[in-house]
Design a protein around this ligand. Structure first.
Ligand code: ZN
Ligand code: ZN
Length: 395
């Protein structure tokens, strides 16, 4: 970290830790973030932001900050920095003094830290505005399965605030504090959900000749689905197809007439995901038919998340900023892709950008009840965003 940056950011870090712990104590879910979004908007206004827009996709907040040379209307001189604000429906077991005061809710993905790091950068950048152009600070709701980024896009965020690039940071347990990592190209998988309904003819369990057993048919469907990744997907592509729920029947002596299943598909490309869909449908319908039953593959209303794909030029800019903060040896540019999914993918489909990881140290994993964001990472995150601003919009 450069000395000047270090001193100034170190001075504000104790207060940022208080902000982070306050968010942690008061987790809110999905789009229902009245407290968190109010605090974010109040802080941006207090920092002298040129414009603060609240209520985008219910509780999203956009802060507009012009550089020292004044506002820029051309897209080429505008960039978007994004943090997520929502928590998870998990009962916290971290034992921390600042543990959640809301039963059954916790910041188990570190979005309290992401919001704080971006607010810290907002504070630092608002003081000196060391860039030429306009920065849009985007605080989004509903990253955890609610497609909040897509909802903000649907409400016209990118038409109202066109940008040439979009950037996001996620903490990464297991990566030491003070280190950064990025995946080149496809970084996180797409996530799609599917439902399968198998209908047969139920009856007495002791008279199988009089039924068409959907449990047996559904079991064969589950087994056949296991061949999609091994026999249909190119071995050099990555994919997961998992059946995660299987429900049918109530009694030991009754064969039910219906089985309902749920599952998920994860890939890094639209082509692979399409070929899996075709195969899933064929396996369901034809296998069910072989057992004298009917099966239907259908999609739940939940919006599928696309793959998160980093763009080359923006990844290089992000790498330059990470290396300036942490030093060349503490930045990994060859991290392997992750099969989890990320809502920032919706933004990266519209605008080139980069999604990077910041070390959270040796903590419990993401979405674990014992997880806690590591406050020691805060100054590194603030420094990254500050460096990135200078590099994306050089003065
Ligand atoms: Zn998460
Ligand atoms: Zn997360």
């Amino acid at each position: 970290m450069t000395i000047a940056l270090n001193n100034s950011i170190a001075a504000m870090t104790p207060e940022l830790i208080e902000w982070r712990r306050d968010f942690h104590r008061n987790p809110e879910l999905l789009y229902d973030l009245p407290r968190t979004s109010r605090i974010v908007a109040e802080r941006l206004r207090a920092l002298g932001f040129d414009q603060v827009v609240e209520g985008v996709a219910k509780t999203g907040v956009l802060g507009v900050l012009h550089g020292a040379m004044g506002p820029a209307s051309a897209k080429e001189k505008r960039a978007l920095f994004r943090a997520d604000m929502d928590a998870l429906p998990i009962q916290e077991a971290s034992g921390a003094d600042h543990a959640s005061v809301s039963p059954g809710r916790m910041h188990a993905c570190g979005h309290d830290g992401h919001t704080t790091m971006l607010l810290g950068a907002a504070r630092r950048l608002a003081e000196t505005r060391p860039f030429d152009g306009t920065l849009i600070f985007c605080f989004q709701p509903a990253e955890e399965g609610g497609a909040g980024a897509q909802a903000m896009i649907d409400e016209g965020m990118l038409e109202r605030f066109p940008v040439k690039g979009a950037y996001a940071v996620h903490n990464w347990p297991g990566l030491p504090v003070g280190e950064f990592a990025v995946v080149r190209g496809p970084a996180m998988a797409s996530a799609e959900a599917f439902n399968i309904t198998v209908e047969g003819t139920g009856g007495h369990a002791a008279m199988p000749q009089r039924v068409r057993d959907p449990i047996v048919a559904a079991s064969h469907i589950v087994a056949a689905i296991q061949t999609i990744v091994s026999r249909v997907v190119d071995p050099l592509d990555n994919a997961v197809v998992s059946v995660t729920s299987f429900h049918g029947g109530e009694a030991f002596n009754v064969i039910p007439d219906k089985v309902e299943m749920k599952g998920t598909v994860r890939t890094f490309s639209v082509a692979v995901s399409k070929s899996i869909e075709v195969e899933l449908k064929r396996i369901c319908e034809r296998t069910a038919e072989a057992f004298g039953t009917n099966a239907r593959l259908h999609r739940p209303p939940k919006l599928p998340y696309p793959a998160t794909v980093n763009h080359p030029a923006e990844t290089e800019l992000a790498l330059d900023a990470m290396r300036a903060v942490a030093g060349f040896d503490r930045v990994r540019d060859d991290m392997r892709p992750v099969m989890g999914s990320e809502d920032f993918a919706f933004l990266l489909r519209k605008v080139p950008g980069a999604y990077i990881f910041i070390g959270n140290g040796d903590t419990a994993g993401l979405h674990n009840p014992k997880y806690d964001f590591n406050d020691e990472a805060i100054p590194y995150g603030v420094a990254y965003w500050t460096e990135l601003a200078r590099r994306v919009l050089p003065a």
